[in-house]
Design a protein around this ligand. Structure first.
Ligand code: FAD
Ligand code: SIN
Length: 540
């Protein structure tokens, strides 16, 4: 199969890019691949909303820029921050034109929320199910375009480069090119190769590498792992953001339900088991300090008091006040016996967002030619050492647009589809599966996944130290060896590939954490509790 524009991922980044390219090139073919159902994405679960300067009487681009830089703790790329904040407003307007609905107040103005690290109310939302509304609007817009084909249950295994033509490709190879992907079509159980003029990776985050996460099962860092295997550049993976307030439900594994930070923005108060509103001991911004600070404060309270969670107190809200903004959270809490008007909500931090990822430039270009990356899988320079709340949906749209702008500046046919290059492309071999057999027992995969999540949570969580990182590294080496041996003799399956990808992502997180001999933003190492003088990105 060949296509002009290939998109991997059906979240906000992939869908935004596909819509733009489809509109600009009605005669070209756009193919979107997604490994699960089309709407099963991190995007769908976004609650708080999308940050953007809408109220110019009280807010300004400068304030949003400053808030982003402060949260990023010295590591943001200022130029990128300015691009995202300034261009973001246009992208939000486009989203609204595509059909996304955001809440308004009684005067017809957008009702703006506030979250940690924001100095103003600037977060557009759709109740507490903003992502679901955005995903709905985008998918509906996609279905209206005749030149877009969205193929669900298609698991991308690897990107195709010169390596697959038999050339030696290393990190030092100057012009690695992407020709498309190998994909396991779960509908037919066949491995196909798709040749594309241009490929965009929009594969989302990697929260599933941890035991407790707000991310759905799809978030296994596949895009990052694929680029690393293809010898592309990966950056700042140590900055894993833990959301301070995931609902604590003992026994629940997989995806934790989020209690949006907007609840604290509207006045929710964190308390420990002694009923103390403890945030005053940690930061003058109290419950609305940036996420790294609040998550560490909760972690510390849990350790001091020997508890598995703290509480979010919303008892001062009436049911009407609370459900006006947070009906979904109200229902979820009630379903587990927590009436938020009478009971405090048990909450604990959970892995939530990957600030680092595939290194990209200001037009979403990766270090591999013909390969773009946008959304959570990319490291653009916006978030630095800690993402400001509700900036990621904005970033995904801005860089999806910039990737589209960049492909639009290219002349004529995408390079790989030029007639003289087709010969080369025809030489790309089919996926080799000789010598592999169906897995005898899944336990070899599922147990390794459990071990991986445990070691990452226990050794590479909110607070780290050198000994923990060393232990994590040794255990990862073993998991890597065992999994590679299994991979050589076993027919590929999503479970095996995801395990492999998660081990790669975990390795990259540990490696970057190990290189960063300081504490900054989301990376806190008790052996280096201070910030180093030299501020730098870690690129692998
Ligand atoms: P995603 O939306 O995660 O989409 C990834 C896509 O890639 C999926 O379609 C997946 O199937 C596909 N994919 C992955 N691997 C493969 C593969 N191997 N083959 C084929 N397809 C593949 N951010 C905000 O700005 N505001 C918020 O309020 C907010 N709330 C959040 C709440 C929750 C609970 C969570 C989890 C995140 C939240 N975030 C929020 C973060 C934000 O939602 C994500 O960063 C953003 O949606 C990521 O979008 P994306 O397009 O990059 O990836
Ligand atoms: C939230 O609603 O608290 C999540 C917002 C985000 O991750 O940006």
């Amino acid at each position: 199969m060949t296509t002009d524009f290939l998109v991997i991922g059906s979240g906000i980044a992939g869908l935004t890019y596909a819509l733009k390219v489809a509109e600009a090139y009605p005669d070209k073919a756009i193919t979107i691949l997604t490994k699960a159902q089309s709407d099963e994405t991190n995007t769908k679960y976004a609650q708080g909303g999308i940050a953007g300067v809408m109220d110019f009487d009280n807010d300004s681009f400068n304030k949003h820029i400053e808030d982003t830089l402060i949260a990023g703790d010295g590591l943001c790329n200022r130029e990128v921050v300015e691009i995202v904040v300034k261009e973001g407003v246009e992208r939000i307007k486009e989203l609204i034109e595509w059909g996304a609905r955001f809440d308004k107040d009684k005067d017809g103005d957008y009702s703006l929320g506030k979250e940690g690290g924001h100095s103003e109310f600037r977060i557009l939302h759709h109740k507490d199910v903003t992502g679901k509304e955005m995903e709905r609007a985008l998918l509906e817009a996609i279905r209206r375009r005749k030149n877009i084909e969205l193929l669900s249950h298609c698991f991308v295994l690897d990107i195709i480069t010169q390596h697959h033509l038999g050339f030696l490709v290393t990190k030092a190879t100057p012009d690695i090119e992407c020709y498309g992907v190998y994909v396991l079509n779960l509908n037919t159980n066949k491995i196909e190769k798709i040749i594309a003029g241009t490929t965009l990776l929009a594969t989302g985050g990697n929260g599933q590498v941890y035991r407790t996460t707000t991310n759905p099962a799809i978030a296994t860092g596949d895009g990052v792992a694929m680029v690393y295997r293809a010898k592309g550049r990966i950056e700042n993976m140590e900055f894993i953001q833990f959301h301070p307030t995931a609902l604590y439900e003992p026994g629940v594994r997989g995806q934790s339900f989020l209690i949006t930070e907007a609840v604290r923005g509207d006045g929710g108060i964190l308390r420990n088991h002694k009923d103390e509103a403890f945030m005053s001991r940690y930061d003058e911004r109290l419950d609305l300090a940036p996420r790294d600070i609040v998550a560490r404060a909760i972690d510390s309270e849990m350790k001091i008091n020997g508890t598995e969670h703290v509480y979010l107190d919303c008892r001062h809200f009436t049911k009407e006040q609370f459900t006006a903004h947070f009906p979904n959270i109200y229902d979820k809490c009630l379903s587990i016996g927590v009436d938020i008007t009478k009971d405090m909500i048990p909450v604990a931090p959970a892995a939530h967002y990957s600030c680092g990822g595939i290194k990209t430039d200001e037009f979403a270009r990766t270090s591999i030619t013909n390969l773009y990356a946008a959304g959570e899988c990319a490291s653009t320079g916006l978030h630095g050492a800690n993402r400001l709340a509700s900036n990621s949906l904005l970033e995904a749209m801005v860089f999806a647009h910039r990737a589209y702008k960049d492909v639009a500046t290219r002349q004529g046919m995408p390079k790989n589809l030029l007639p003289e290059n087709l010969k080369l492309v025809e030489a790309i071999p089919n996926w080799k599966s000789e010598g592999t057999n169906a897995p005898k027992e899944m336990i070899l995969i599922t147990q390794s996944v459990k071990e991986l999540k445990l070691l990452m949570s226990d050794y590479v969580g909110i607070v780290r130290n050198n000994e923990r990182l060393l232990r994590a590294s040794k255990r990862l080496d073993l998991l890597y060896e065992e999994t590679e041996a299994l991979y050589q003799k076993t027919a590929v399956s999503p479970q095996l590939c995801e395990l492999r990808n998660m081990i790669t992502v975990a390795y990259l997180v540990v490696k970057c954490a190990d290189f960063r001999e300081e504490s900054r933003g989301l990376h806190f190492n008790t052996d280096y509790p201070e910030k180093a003088n030299m501020v730098q990105n870690i690129v692998l």
